[in-house]
Design a protein around this ligand. Structure first.
Ligand code: OFO
Length: 162
């Protein structure tokens, strides 16, 4: 059975994942409005992925005898200056999420809950991927500058499964 302290900490993370989902949806709408359909579609998949993270955390809490909770989600930013700015923001945000997940592992460890630590390591590994992916896109965008390369990247990301 999960401790109340860890249950509450995971519930906070569920809220954070839902906030991330809204952030990426907001970015997707911005990219779409700028005519970058590929980037917009990639970002929408990211938004769905974040929601899935929230569902998985909730299922885990329930499986361990706790109660998952839906809370109020704060407003997310909207409108960025450029595609590069959007992806720099994604990278910064994923680094922040990594810190939240690390802290969650610390709580699970403080509660001596081995099963939860094991479950949460999956999220730690996922964050390594998410940071690297965002950083990779930022680097490519920096190389593109304002040139036509950005249209190629838009097309490529639109085809990728995120
Ligand atoms: Fe982008 O990360 Fe969720 O956890």
């Amino acid at each position: 059975m999960i401790s109340e302290k860890l249950q509450n900490a995971i519930n906070d993370q569920i809220n954070a994942e839902m906030w991330s989902s809204n952030l990426y949806l907001s970015m997707s709408f911005y990219l779409q409005s700028e005519g970058f359909d590929g980037f917009a579609s990639w970002m929408r998949k990211q938004s769905q992925e974040e929601l899935q993270h929230a569902y998985d955390l909730a299922d885990y809490v329930a499986k361990r005898g706790g109660v998952a909770k839906v809370d109020k989600i704060d407003v997310v930013p909207q409108g960025w200056g450029s595609v590069l700015e959007v992806f720099e923001h994604v990278y910064k945000h994923e680094c922040h999420v990594s810190e939240l997940i690390d802290e969650l592992v610390n709580v699970a460890s403080g509660e001596k809950d081995k099963a939860s630590q094991d479950f949460l390591w999956g999220y730690v590994r996922e964050q390594v991927e998410e940071e690297a992916t965002a950083q990779g896109i930022v680097e490519k965008l920096r190389k593109c500058g304002d040139g036509a390369g950005i249209l190629y990247l838009d097309e490529q990301l639109g085809k990728s499964r995120a």
